[in-house]
Design a protein around this ligand. Structure first.
Ligand code: ZN
Length: 476
């Protein structure tokens, strides 16, 4: 017998061992929600998914809830609107501001890529089924319509949204404005049920932003497992490693290139470097934020101080601006970016964080062949990216069609991750006093999601499910 009034979740992205493309369809009896609408990033067969039709009708959606503004959580919103979505997009005000600059940046890259594909005669042999021809997914002109759909709410306030559901956002501690969603609805028996969607969870003790909130109750939990298989190095040893690399670079007047995610990581690095410089632990270096996106994101961080944790607020109240210190320069123009290209004794933070495009590429071309130079990786590198190749020890890489030998010292500082590690994830899940009936493990590669699901089963005695793309579950 077909049940009436059942709530269903359909797993779309960030499943099947893929970490990007976050997207979940929630179908309540009278209303339909999408949680996150992320872009697929990484290997070509993953990025190809961006060009597939949505596995639902965007015109039928009432709301999109956004956990945070990273591209792999918001990057397909313009495509959603182009394909008929006319509902509201719900998130924090900081997420709205960050999502705008991130989508604009992505649109610009889409336009450039499409132009390159359509004008590069030498590369004009398209493989069968290849997506890489023709129109961009969306352009900068598409973003205004997306921004008009936003509706922002404060963290901590319970809000009724449509006929079926009420929600409350809680701190996720991942990036500025990031949240976990608590959602209440009535099941087919007329009983109240609660679903919690973790979003991406941050590390406890991360700089600038507040720590993740612990949530006490849920019937169902959908949670990420990016680092479900391992623990980060501890933060203090990571900071000491950063300091010693920078001190060595200062002594040798060497160059340091830091491929930097524009949102959160860039600001966190500035925060630490500000402390090094203010405490006179570092001298004689010039610091550059060579990324228009990171510069805009830093302005947004300055504007939303109410998301800061106590330490960051104390620093601000003492009169110190963590995003401004001796030797720091923001190089917005292309001209300035070229000017600093050969400079010694320079620490250059440039995007993209995984070296898939952006100004970091010309800095890497100039810097990789030099033995005394340092390349510092401070974030997760998706397989298939240039960043991953360098981290994995490639001796020769291809940048803008040129073979570049890798002589520079490559460092990976794991402690900077904006993601909770295995210990943090388990700790967060353990805090649910009343045991959830089911925990769905998503947003992890094959190893991380499998290892984490086993831990959830064995250590917490909970029912852990690993959903695959397109699978649907009733949450009754
Ligand atoms: Zn994220």
């Amino acid at each position: 017998m077909k049940k009436v009034g059942v709530m269903k979740v359909k797993f779309i992205g960030a499943t099947g061992g893929i970490v990007t493309g976050s997207s979940y369809l929630l179908e309540f009896p009278k209303s339909t929600f999408l949680v996150d609408c992320g872009m697929y990033q990484g290997e070509e067969n993953v990025e190809r998914l961006n060009f597939e039709p949505f596995p639902f009708d965007p015109a039928r959606l009432d709301y999109v809830l956004l956990t945070h503004a990273h591209l792999d959580h918001v990057g397909l919103l313009p495509k959603l609107v182009k394909h008929g979505f006319t509902g509201k997009i719900i998130c924090t005000d900081a997420t709205k501001s960050l999502a705008e600059i991130i989508m604009m940046d992505a649109a610009k890259i889409q336009e450039e890529d499409a132009y390159y594909r359509n004008n590069d005669r030498s590369n004009n042999v398209q493989e069968e089924g290849s997506y890489s021809k023709g129109e961009p997914l969306y352009t900068r002109d598409d973003i205004a319509a997306v921004m008009a759909a936003f509706e922002t709410y404060p963290i901590g306030e319970q809000v009724k949204l449509g006929p079926d559901m009420s929600f409350r956002m809680r701190e996720a501690g991942h990036i500025l404005g990031s949240v976990t969603f608590e959602m209440w609805y009535t099941n087919s028996q007329g009983r109240e049920r609660k679903l919690v969607m973790s979003g991406d969870l941050g590390q406890t003790g991360a700089r600038i932003i507040k720590d993740p909130d612990f949530i006490r109750e849920a019937d169902y939990v959908i949670m990420e497992s990016t680092y479900g298989g391992r623990n980060h190095r501890d933060k203090n040893s990571t900071l000491l490693e950063l300091l010693s690399i920078l001190q060595e670079a200062s002594k040798q007047k060497a160059r340091v290139i830091i491929p930097t995610f524009a949102v959160e990581r860039a600001q966190e690095l500035l925060y630490e470097m500000n402390l090094f410089v203010e405490r006179k632990l570092l001298k004689g270096l010039k610091f550059y934020v060579d990324s228009p996106l990171a510069i805009k994101a830093t302005e947004i961080f300055r504007a939303y101080k109410r998301y800061y944790d106590e330490d960051a607020m104390a620093l601000v109240h003492s009169g110190d601006d963590p995003f401004s210190f001796r030797g720091l320069e923001y190089t917005e123009s292309v001209h300035d970016s070229r000017r600093i290209a050969g400079e010694r004794g320079a620490v250059i933070m440039a995007g993209s964080g995984m070296c898939t495009g952006g100004r970091v590429l010309h800095h890497l071309m100039n810097t990789l062949p030099h033995k005394d130079a340092h390349i510092l990786f401070v974030g997760f590198q998706v397989p298939g990216t240039l960043g991953r190749k360098l981290v994995d020890g490639a001796k020769m890489v291809r940048i803008h069609g040129v073979e570049v030998p890798v002589q520079a010292q490559i460092h990976t500082l794991n402690g900077f991750s904006a993601h909770a590690d295995q210990h943090d994830l388990l700790y967060w899940l353990r805090s649910f006093g009343h045991s959830p009936k089911e925990v769905f493990i998503t947003h992890g590669d094959q190893t991380n999601r499998t290892v984490f699901a086993e831990l959830v089963r064995n250590e917490l005695q909970l029912n852990a499910v690993i959903p695959e793309p397109g699978q649907e579950y009733e949450l009754d």
